[in-house]
Ligand binder design. Structure first.
Ligand code: GLU
Length: 415
């Protein structure tokens, strides 16, 4: 196993949390293995008539607290261990925000940029049928993740609905609003990250107004977040993505940047800033650093030279375990992924509830309930970290394991 193997990293964190709370040994063992891992071959007829075969997975980590919940990611470097790790993080995340779901995740090893729209649709529909035996409003409810969006969710819902001969809206979240999606789902992860930024700055007695922020990633989460941070009075001084980076010490015009990304597909080439080598991002001196891209980007080495005082993890698994120790030694406070980015799955919970009720909530109600759940979760993790005298990450995992452990204990072991 490489030291940045994501599944190994999650297991280490689960082991640590289990020790912190004295988790029952049998329950600890159950949570150290995913409940089920389905690997599928996904054949797709390409536009040129050739058949390509992609590999996909759907993993349930633990479903004691409710149906599996978690996104589907399309990425060329997805591996089974990554999907297992992401599923386990969903178990912990749903427990941290105390919503009635277990942890699941899906992935297909494909670079969607190389597919036409029709190829992407055929891939989505075939993958959906291949993993359909695991899905259902009471079984497992997928959602968007890296490189998947409302359109992909609509195809997924339609495929299952055609197959079953009835509209199965509760089978997926992150759907377009026109077919049963929820107001406020788009941007909910970024909103949740902002709520955590406000909370941690408040606890540390740091003003947000005028403080400097750097953001890695300008996609579904990083993009809206840049705007939200600057609306909160922060100076977003640097943003990078897979193709480049931009830097402006006076603060970037985040609306103009979003406009540029919408036209060009990357922050690269944005005129109202200097170009920035993405490898230099973490060194920039600032108050807040937000990884909002893929995993393993804050390595131990990056942590040594990190220029921020606070890290808020918008991405899943962006910090390797060795870097956690470095940040702690350097007094850098980190708000972990399973808390910081839980706004997305919380909005998914609202959407699932609305789909099942057949009753759409007003946007204001969604926003208010999201804020309440995120603030409650932040407070619970913050107080647990004070009580246990450990980092927020270790405290959040401990809190989550306590809740998952209780569900497993109450249900008992079948047969
Ligand atoms: N993909 C998002 C996450 O990692 C959302 C998952 C969901 O809504 O089910 O939290």
């Amino acid at each position: 196993m490489s030291e940045t193997d994501p599944w190994q990293a999650v297991l280490e964190r689960i082991d640590d949390g289990a020790r912190l709370i004295g988790l029952d040994d049998g329950i600890h063992r159950m949570l150290s293995v995913p409940t089920r891992v389905l690997e599928v071959a996904v054949p797709v007829r390409m536009d040129n008539g050739r058949v390509e075969v992609f590999t996909g997975w759907r993993v349930h980590h633990d479903v004691s607290r409710g149906p599996g919940k978690g996104g589907i990611r399309f990425h060329q470097s997805v591996t089974v261990n990554e999907v297992k790790a992401l599923a386990a993080e969903m178990t912990l995340k749903c427990a941290v925000v105390d919503i009635p779901f277990g942890g699941a995740k899906g992935g297909v090893q494909v670079d969607p940029r190389l597919l036409s729209d029709f190829e992407l649709e055929r891939l989505t529909r075939r993958y959906t049928i291949d993993v359909a035996s695991l899905l259902g409003p009471d079984r497992d409810v997928p959602a968007p993740d890296v490189n998947t969006d409302a359109r992909v969710m609509a195809w997924l819902m339609d495929t299952i609905s055609m197959f079953r001969g009835e509209a199965v809206t509760g089978i997926v979240t992150g759907k377009p609003v026109a077919i049963g999606g929820s107001l406020g789902h788009v941007g909910a992860t970024s909103q949740g990250v902002l709520i955590c930024c406000r909370a941690i700055f408040h606890e540390l007695g740091m003003p947000m107004a005028g403080a400097r922020a750097i953001v890695q990633g300008h996609g579904k989460v990083g993009g809206p977040l840049c705007y939200l941070l600057s609306s909160a009075g922060m100076r977003v001084v640097a943003v990078t993505d897979a193709d480049g980076g931009v830097y402006n010490p006076a603060g970037l015009d985040t609306l103009a940047l979003a406009d540029h990304v919408a036209r060009r597909g990357s922050v690269d080439g944005f005129e109202m800033a200097d170009p920035l080598d993405p490898a230099k991002l973490w060194e920039i001196e600032c108050e807040l650093a937000v990884p909002a891209a893929l995993e393993n980007t804050i390595t131990a080495e990056a942590a040594e030279s990190l220029g921020a005082k606070v890290v808020v993890e918008a991405a899943n698994g962006p910090t390797v375990p060795q870097a956690d120790a470095v940040l702690e030694r350097r007094g850098i406070v980190l708000v972990p992924d399973i808390l910081a980015n839980a706004g997305g799955v919380t909005a998914s919970y609202f959407e699932w509830a609305q789909s099942r009720q057949g009753f759409a909530w007003e946007g204001q109600i969604v926003a208010e309930r999201l804020r309440r759940i995120m603030e409650t979760a932040f407070d619970a993790c913050w107080h647990r970290s004070k009580d246990l005298k450990v980092t927020l990450r270790r405290a959040s995992v401990a809190l989550a394991l306590e809740r998952v452990g209780e569900a497993i204990r109450l249900r008992g072991l079948f047969p």
